[in-house]
Design a protein around this ligand. Structure first.
Ligand code: CTP
Length: 217
């Protein structure tokens, strides 16, 4: 299938956190606001692309012209990404996916009397690695992932780029979470590095949407 007439590319974006249920009223999640992914979706539409946005629970308006699919957990996000990936030319995996989820989801409320008054523990099991799984059949799609690092960022981000078969990885720090401005390094599979400091997420999104496949090295 090729893009609709007048449309340049089909772009798939994931955004926001995932939410992993403990019981009907509690969950595990993170501070991701979804702003970076939504900015990428908006910039992609502005560039004339057809955009599908798979969003975790966020409080943001859908950019005009974007097809949005809401999900809650990492496993729901994986299912939607699996459906949409074969039809896309470019994937921006900006979601902050929870690496673990509770081993059991309780049907009723988790009560103090059932788990002990002094100390309680929660058993966690790993979530699937969405990007790692989906890029096994990457083809010639352009894949851009993110790496949020607190130390040794360049090395860890490059390791993720290789392991998850990305073309580019966008390295940022925890101060990017929920912020309007951000500082990132864009690392390419071809060894390239581009530093963007103190930019709005819209400005960073515009640069990301303009990325071309790195030359093979
Ligand atoms: N990612 C994913 N599925 C996961 C975890 C992360 O698809 N279960 C994606 C993120 O959307 C991001 C990239 O993988 O584009 C790197 O995410 P990050 O959280 O930095 O890496 P992890 O694999 O979780 O590694 P670690 O927690 O050890 O830093």
């Amino acid at each position: 299938m090729s893009p609709r007439k007048g449309v340049q590319k089909r772009v798939l974006v994931t955004a926001g956190p995932t939410r992993e249920r403990i019981d009907p009223v509690r969950y595990l999640s993170n501070d991701s606001s979804g702003k970076m992914g939504f900015a990428i979706a908006a910039a992609s539409v502005a560039a004339g692309h057809e955009v599908v946005l798979i969003a975790g629970p966020v409080d943001l308006e859908t950019p005009k012209g974007v097809k949005r699919i809401d999900v809650e957990s990492a496993r729901e996000m994986l299912a939607e990404v699996r459906k949409a990936f074969p039809e896309c030319d470019t994937l921006f995996m900006a979601a902050a996916v929870c690496d673990f989820r509770p081993a059991r989801r309780l049907r009723g409320k988790w009560r103090k009397k059932d788990v002990g008054q002094e100390r309680a523990s929660l058993e966690l099991i790993p979530n699937p690695d969405i990007l790692g799984a989906i890029t096994r059949r990457k083809g010639d799609r352009l894949v851009v992932g993110f790496a949020l690092e607190t130390s040794d960022g360049l090395r860890r981000a490059r390791e993720k780029l290789e392991r998850k078969r990305m073309d580019y990885v966008v390295l940022n720090g925890p101060s990017a979470l929920n912020a309007t401005k951000t500082s990132v390094k864009i690392l390419g599979r071809d060894g390239s590095q581009r530093d963007l400091a103190g930019r709005t997420k819209s400005a960073v999104a515009k640069v990301l949407v303009g990325l071309r496949a790195p030359s093979k090295g």
